[in-house]
Design a protein around this ligand. Structure first.
Ligand code: GGG
Length: 359
């Protein structure tokens, strides 16, 4: 039968991490399993530690066992890392975020895709005017293994001076810019490269690389913007954006800003891809203020699961089914509290696992 021919066996590693990571990946996994059953696939699962929970259990933010399991998996469904106890402790030797950065470096995950998908049902709950938002559809490519995140860090002996080296190599810029050009070709054929080339040498290299590659993609219209102008345009005219490619730091900041176009950080999914197993995770962090309360929005994890199906497994119909389910629950008026408004009736206001059941 068609089902027997298309059946796929895949192994998925779930890495919940810290805070609300466990709550939201539980729903992401539930959605993956529902898809496996509906489409006749066989998914197997394992779990591993990262971040604060890993430090507590093993002393390392990314234990060797976790990395080994990641390499062996067909895809990773990731939650979040972070813990407030490190925020005001500059002397901490190991931090949860190191697990995330080390994972990206070890797996060669240099391209972070962050689609800004605005579901029509959330138009009115945004603080941006609907006429400015409607039709916005952006795909960010955030570089993930370079920049100040990985450049040398120093602190003077008397601890009064600190530096983080902003560094890019040509090959690092080239490989992500190529991915962004290829993606632009499949969309509205517009690419915006974001840098700070009026001030930063690493940005001048970035811009040179984009300019050198541009003639290879004559069908793509290229625009260069400084990060400050791009941040302003994103709110003023989000429809102007199609594919955006930028460095690690600028991409981190710009996509948090862009989450307000989608209505909430709780709606934004991401895919980290490169040389090895793809990692799929919400763009949000561990959110300890709401951890354990059962109110976190699981839709970013669910939409990350859709990206996993599409990108790592090539399951387009399955990914579309997940997005259609999200669309359907929103159309029926169901909301978690981050995307609710004054008009949301009490019986439509759902917690994390209830939203999973609704899906
Ligand atoms: N799920 C994303 C996450 O856990 N973010 C927390 C964090 O530390 N992010 C740093 C980064 O994305 O570079």
């Amino acid at each position: 039968t068609t089902n027997a021919i298309s059946l796929m066996k895949k192994h998925i590693l779930v890495v919940p991490g810290d805070g609300i990571g466990a709550e939201v990946t539980a729903v992401g996994k539930q959605v993956l399993e529902t898809i496996a059953q509906k489409f006749g696939h066989e998914f197997t699962y394992d779990e591993a530690l990262i971040g604060h929970v890993a430090i507590e259990a093993t002393g390392a933010a990314l234990p060797a066992e976790t990395l080994e399991k990641m390499r062996a998996a067909d895809a990773v469904l990731f939650g979040a890392v972070g813990h407030p106890k490190y925020d005001n402790d500059p002397s901490a030797k190991v931090r949860p975020e190191q697990g995330l950065l080390q994972m990206r470096k070890e797996l060669g995950l240099y391209a972070n895709l962050r689609p800004i998908k605005l579901f029509d049902e959330l138009l009115s709950s945004s603080s941006i005017k609907p006429e400015i938002l409607q039709g916005a559809d952006i795909l960010f490519f955030r570089e993930l293994t370079g920049d100040v995140y990985f450049g040398e860090k120093t602190r003077s002996e008397d601890r009064s001076t600190a530096s983080d080296l902003m560094i890019y190599h040509k090959y690092e810029v080239e490989r992500i810019v190529r991915k962004a050009f290829e993606a632009a070709r499949t969309r509205r054929k517009k690419l915006m490269s974001v840098d700070k080339a009026n001030v930063l040498e690493s940005s001048r290299l970035w811009r040179e690389v984009v300019q050198a590659l541009t003639p290879e993609y004559p069908d793509v219209e290229v625009e260069h913007q400084f990060i400050d102008a791009a941040a302003m345009l994103l709110i003023k005219d989000p429809k102007r954006f199609d594919v955006v490619v930028t460095g690690n730091l600028f991409g981190d900041i710009l996509t948090d800003e862009a989450s307000q176009i989608a209505g909430s950080m709780g709606m934004l999914a991401s895919a980290s891809v490169g040389d090895s197993t793809g990692v799929y995770e919400p763009i949000h962090g561990s959110a300890h203020d709401i951890t354990g309360k059962g109110v976190a929005n699981p839709l970013a994890s669910v939409l990350s699961a859709a990206l996993l199906l599409d990108i790592s497994f090539g399951m387009k119909a399955e990914a579309e089914a997940v997005i259609a389910a999200v669309d359907a629950v929103l159309k029926e008026g169901y909301r978690t509290r981050d995307i609710a408004d004054a008009d949301t009736p009490a019986d439509k206001l759902l917690g994390t696992s209830a939203m999973g059941e609704a899906l």
